[in-house]
Design a protein around this ligand. Structure first.
Ligand code: E4P
Length: 221
């Protein structure tokens, strides 16, 4: 399973990269705004800064919602760095744009996927990734994990190469369950990735090992 971090915060991206398990980054306009990034030049510089840190794919989302401008924006983003994957919303013009980008060899991430039908359509258009937002489905009382399972079944039935990028991850258990269901990638906050480290028995076990080692060293001194 590939691990992406879902943030535009450079410090957190560095921390995840330093851990040695990072495969990429996803951003969105809200995450960019949270870091105070706006305006063409600042946005461009920020994507370049992310690409300089990360050894992997970097999803950069278009703001346009009409075909012509999605293409214009997406082509400009793709030119910034070979790591850039153009993130396109699941709308009619978005699907047309994904088809176009795929014919030009530009990789895409179809975002805001909330149904299996949307994922199927994006895969047919040639999306590199589809991003089902499981946390947001859970938030409204629907079953986000069921959506991951449904998309996995459909993609496997037809051999679609589009990767399932489980998004809107809320915690370590989401990551584990997505891995069990065969999601290709997960994107989540640093806290969810670091949450995988934790188990009280590990902490207790390590404390005992170190205490026993110290006792033995003192006895032999
Ligand atoms: C995916 O690429 C999105 O950026 C993200 O996962 C949305 O998650 P949220 O529901 O935590 O905002």
């Amino acid at each position: 399973m590939k691990f992406f971090i879902d943030t535009a915060n450079l410090e957190q991206i560095k921390e995840a990269q330093d851990l040695g398990v990072l495969d990429g980054v996803t951003t969105n306009p809200s995450l960019m705004a949270k870091e105070g990034i706006s305006g063409d030049q600042k946005v461009t510089d920020h994507y370049k800064a992310i690409c300089a840190i990360v050894d992997g794919d970097v999803s950069a989302e278009v703001i346009s919602t009409d075909f012509e401008n999605i293409i214009k924006e997406g082509e400009a983003l793709a030119k910034l760095d070979p790591k850039i994957v153009v993130k396109v919303p699941m709308i009619k013009d978005g699907i047309k744009a994904i088809k176009y980008f795929s014919s030009k060899g530009i990789r895409t991430n179809c975002t805001l996927i909330f149904s299996a039908g949307q994922a199927l359509l994006a895969a047919k258009a040639g999306a590199t990734y589809v991003s089902p937002f499981l946390g947001r489905l859970d938030d409204i009382g629907q079953d986000g994990l069921q959506l991951i399972e449904d998309i996995r079944l459909i993609f496997d039935n037809y051999g679609y190469e589009t990767e399932i990028l489980a998004a809107s991850i809320r915690g370590p258990l989401h990551i584990i369950n997505c891995a069990k269901l065969g999601a290709d990638v997960m994107t989540g906050p640093l806290s969810s990735i670091l949450g995988l480290l934790k188990h009280p028995l590990t902490d207790n076990g390590l404390a005992t090992f170190l205490a026993d080692h110290k006792k033995a060293a003192e006895a032999n001194a």
